[in-house]
Design a protein around this ligand. Structure first.
Ligand code: ZN
Length: 325
């Protein structure tokens, strides 16, 4: 008997990746293409070509295709109701892909919810009932598992943690139009914005010699570890904002584990050990220190692993179905 697998697709603004993922969440192969045309037909064509390569090269019994896409998505039909990344409204992505692959079950869901399912089922969320993933990248993507179920919300909007405001009076302008969203303050972009805002106070800062395109969390962490005052002040302001948001998440969800992924999380303990006491300081109605704050383990693969898992389970189902005896 051949082992079962599904194709997990990570659809991003600039590229599409299809992976063969088995039932243990292990990736066996990856196929990628850049996307420069956001017209639905061009995106479907690129997506179909990487999925076909993945299926043709797989030694597994492929049972379905799961797609994680940015935007607000109806997981029943796989229609993208709204996706600012692609400029799409009501694009029936699921049906278009089903037309290309009529033999396969096709499932489409929001990429951040897929990543949450991936990290919960096969990463650092395993064994918990209450779990939150926050991906600190260009923005903040996330998702909530509560009582062993992935929270979807009335209009599929649960888990949009990046857009709760933490600095409405003094914060940075968010891509969504509000001021001081958690995402604007505590994403990777937020870290760089903190560095820029603090720059006038540190005219001799070595960070200002780093070319703007290379100024990221890694450069800012290295400078801080070397004792650069500007970088240390940047991390301090950033961790304060990150902690504010994390304490709010604890108040809303009371998770056992919050996993931090995305580019900024590569700072690891340097960041997490700074953030923990600040979170404790702001945690009031939940016993302090009872939420573990850890690094996510699946990295950029979480979305594809989660999308494939959803395709195998027939939905964004957090608990694996009991094995049939
Ligand atoms: Zn926002």
């Amino acid at each position: 008997m051949t082992d079962r697998a599904a194709i997990g697709v990570d659809l991003g603004g600039s590229h599409v990746m299809a992976a063969v993922v088995d039932e243990e969440g292990k990736i066996h192969s990856k196929h990628e293409l850049d996307l420069d045309d956001h017209a639905p037909s061009a995106v479907v064509a690129a997506l179909a070509s990487v999925v076909k390569l993945a299926i043709d090269g797989s030694k597994h019994d492929v049972v379905g295709i799961g797609i994680g896409s940015p935007g607000n998505i109806d997981p029943g039909s796989g229609t993208i109701r709204y996706s600012p990344n692609f400029g799409w409204e009501n694009v029936p992505l699921g049906q278009r892909v089903r037309d290309e692959f009529p033999k396969y079950r096709v499932f489409v869901a929001n990429d951040a919810r897929c990543a949450t399912l991936g990290e919960y089922a096969h990463g650092v969320g395993q064994g918990t009932q209450d779990f939150v993933l926050l991906t600190l990248g260009t923005g903040i993507g996330g998702g909530i598992v509560s009582g062993g179920a992935l929270a979807m919300g009335n209009q599929m909007g649960a888990g949009e943690i990046g857009h709760h405001q933490i600095r409405p009076d003094s914060g940075f302008i968010c891509g969504c139009g509000k001021v001081g969203c958690f995402e604007a303050q505590a994403s990777g972009t937020g870290l760089i914005r903190h560095a820029m805002r603090l720059a006038p106070s540190f005219p001799r800062s070595g960070l200002l010699d780093v070319p703007r395109e290379r100024l990221g969390s890694k450069a800012i962490r290295k400078a801080a570890q070397a004792g650069d005052a500007h970088a240390l002040a940047t991390w301090s302001a950033y961790c304060d904002d990150l902690a504010l948001g994390l304490a709010n998440v604890i108040a809303f969800v009371n998770p056992a584990v919050i996993a931090l992924g995305g580019g900024v999380s590569s700072a690891g303990d340097f960041m997490i050990e700074r953030v923990k006491p600040l979170v404790d300081l702001r945690t009031t109605m939940v016993p302090r220190g009872t939420t573990r704050i850890v690094r996510a383990t699946l990295g950029n693969d979480a979305g594809a692993v989660g999308a494939a898992t959803a395709a195998m389970r027939g939905g964004l189902i957090a608990q694996a179905p009991a094995a049939v005896a």
